[in-house]
Design a protein around this ligand. Sequence first.
Ligand code: A3P
Ligand code: MG
Ligand code: MG
Length: 394
Amino acid sequence: MARPEKRMKHDRDELPSLRNFPISSLRDVAQFDRSFPSFRLPEEIGTFSLSQLPGSQSKRQYHDDCRALKPLRRRGKGTLVSNISLNLDHGFHSWIRRVKEKGYSEHIDHLLEWILHHPQNFLLFKHKINLVCWRGKLHELMTTPYSQSDRWNNGWIICVCKIDGILYLSSFENDAAAAKRLGQSQQDSKFEYWGFKFEQYMTTDPADREVLKEPVTNFDGFHSVLYSKLGETGILFGGEMDCFDPNLDPKTTSAPATYVELKTSRLLSTDNQRRQFCSQKLLKFWAQSFVAGVPTIVIGFRNDQGNVSQTEELRTQDISKIVKSSGEPWSPAVCVNFLNDFLTFVRRTAVEEYDKAVYRFVWCPGWEKVEFHEEAPDSKWKFIPDWYIRSRPG
Ligand code: A3P
Ligand code: MG
Ligand code: MG
C-alpha cells in the first residue's frame, strides 16, 4: 500500500479563510472600525547605518554601527517654539541627492544584510517571526483605507517571497509613481530638500555654523531593527530614525522610545488648512511613528519660501485626541485593523516557498479590492538576492 503523502503544514491551515481582500468594498471604511487588535509595543533588536556608496548616485553602503544616529537639538524651551528663523532653502543647489538608477532598487537588501551580520540574534526571534519588511510598508498599508480618493496617492505594488516559512515583503514602483518621479518640478524637489535640510538644522548645534554650511545629503540614515506582533503576525521590520532625544535617561527609557521623528509642514493660517492638516498630514505622521513605537514628533512649520518660524513637539499618542477634536476624520482602529486583515490575507495567500512562486499584491486609489497574482519565482518580481538565499541563517 502506498504511504500517505506527507502534508506540508501551511500558515493558511491556521488562518481564517479569505478568497479576496477585503471581503466587502474597500470604500466601506466602517468594516475596519472594530476594536483595536492586539499590538505588541515594538522592541529594538538591532541597529545599522547607511551612507553613500562611493562613486554611486543611487546606491548606499551598510555599516554595522550607529554612525548616522544624531541627537535632537531643540530650539528654545517648551513644546511650541515661535520666533525662530530657519531657511530650509539654503544650500538647495549643493544637495547631494540620491537618484533612482534604471533597473536598480535596493528593496530590503540592507535589512537582509543586518540579518547576515547578526545570525544569532535573528535565530533567537526566527520562531516568532512571520514577516520581514521595512516600516514604510506597514504605515503605507495602514493609511490605505483613507487613500481611496487621495489624488496624490500612487497606490502600491507589494511583492512577497516566502523563505523557510517566513514572508519577506517589498514594494515595486508602479506607473503612477514612476510618472510622478519623472515629472517632478523644481518646486517638488524643493519640498523634498526642505525636509532633509530641516533634519540637518534639528540635529546640529546652532552654534556649529560650519556643519550647517555642509551640503545636505539624503544618502545617510540610521536604522532601527524592531520586533513587534500585530494580532497573530510576528514582524521583524527596519525603520529609519531621524534622531534621538538626548534629554531622556537611557537607563530608564530604551529605544525605540528614545527616538524622535522630524517633519515639515506648511504654516496653518486658515480653518481649511487646519482641517487638511488633521485629516491628511497627521494621519501619516501618526501611522509612521505609532507602528515603530516612536513617541515624539517635532514639526517645523514653514512658509511658501521654506522659512520655518515655529516648531511644535507632538506626542504620537495625543494625535488621535487632536484629530477627534477636529471632527474625527480618521480612526487609528481602522488603520490597524486594515493592516492586520491585509497581513492575514497575505499569509493565507502566499503559501509556496521562494523557489516555487513570488506573490504580487496590487492596489490603486478607487479600487474596491486588492488584486493578487502568483508569479514565477525567477520573474521580474523576484527581489530577494541570491546571496541571501545562499547564506541565510538557520
Ligand atoms: P518631510 O516629511 O518633513 O517633508 P521622513 O520624514 O520619513 O524622515 O522623511 C524625510 C524627508 O524625506 C521628508 O521630509 C521629505 O522631504 C522626504 N520624503 C520622504 N518621503 C517622501 C515621498 N514619498 N516623496 C517625496 N519626499 C519624501
Ligand atoms: Mg526619516
Ligand atoms: Mg522625518
